[in-house]
Design a protein around this ligand. Structure first.
Ligand SMILES: C[S@@+](CC[C@H](N)C(=O)[O-])C[C@H]1O[C@@H](n2cnc3c(N)ncnc32)[C@H](O)[C@@H]1O
Length: 254
């Protein structure tokens, strides 16, 4: 049964909190208020997380890309983890989200923090999430480089059986992104990362499953994977992707 009943204006309530879905252009979106959090997820995303929460109980969640905090509060209410943290590059802060976090145990948010800030991500997992990271939701930059940087740090720190979600991977294949003056025209496609993760899956025993929808994909870490170099850990200068076996052949990014 659906736990989220979406009203005609995109409004819904869950766990005593109110939300408004706002899919308008970034500069036109409503700010969160004390009455309702703004969330930038349409029904397909909401149903995905609702369904995931019916079968998966993460102890700790890390969200990348907070915006107005609606998704942070939604994930908290749906999954009810012991601990939760999130990073957002913009200085924020969102007053209603800060009030929400202050009223709960083991809830943290970091504004002015990039998803590619490797040191901070490591500190968050160790100090705020007690090394119990079971779920990552990346809805931040959607760029190849920064999304990859987060994955390189966080996937090795994810617990066995944990799930890593990357939203909006397919933007480079959307008709609206094909022209030279389209958003992200000079950026590498995020789908390059998905291709590399599939090669990583083929090359190692780190990844149990990759499930792809048009609007997001999830990677489930193998149960047998454990922390330590050679099973997903980066060394000082290396990357988890160094473990890809490609018969010495190179590939180029689109
Ligand atoms: C699509 S919005 C997030 C929406 C929110 N998760 C929700 O569903 O309501 C993307 C957010 O990621 C932030 N962002 C962009 N680049 C980032 C980066 N490198 N690190 C962290 N956050 C970033 C943007 O400022 C923006 O607030």
């Amino acid at each position: 049964m659906n736990r989220i009943a979406i009203g005609p204006g995109g409004q819904f309530s869950l766990g005593g909190e109110n939300f408004v879905v706002d899919m308008s252009r970034k500069k036109d979106r409503r700010p969160s208020t004390s009455e309702a959090f703004t969330i930038v997820k349409n029904e397909a995303y909401l149903r995905f997380y609702e369904l995931l929460a019916s079968t998966f109980s993460p102890r700790a969640i890390l969200e990348l890309g907070i915006f107005q905090g609606g998704s942070y509060v939604l994930l908290d209410k749906l999954f009810n983890p012991r601990r939760m943290s999130a990073v957002e590059i913009s200085p924020g802060p969102v007053a209603s989200l800060l009030r929400y976090v202050a009223g709960m145990e083991d809830r943290f948010v970091h504004f002015s923090t990039s998803q590619s800030d490797r040191k901070t991500l490591e500190q968050i997992v160790r100090d705020e999430l007690a090394d119990e990271l079971d779920l990552v939701v990346d809805d931040a930059s959607h760029t190849y480089e920064q999304t990859k940087a987060s994955f390189e740090v966080l996937f090795p720190l994810l617990r066995p059986g944990g799930i890593y979600v990357i939203e909006d991977w397919s933007w480079a294949h959307h008709p609206a992104y094909q022209s030279a003056d389209a958003p992200f025209a000079k950026r590498y496609a995020l789908s390059n990362l998905l291709f590399e993760q599939i090669m990583l899956m083929g090359s190692t025993s780190l990844i149990a499953e990759i499930r792809v929808w048009k609007f997001l994909y999830l990677i489930r870490k193998a149960e047998a994977a454990f922390a330590g170099f050679g099973v997903g850990q980066n060394d000082e200068n290396g990357s988890i992707f160094d473990q890809i076996l490609s018969r010495g052949r190179e590939w180029s990014l689109i």
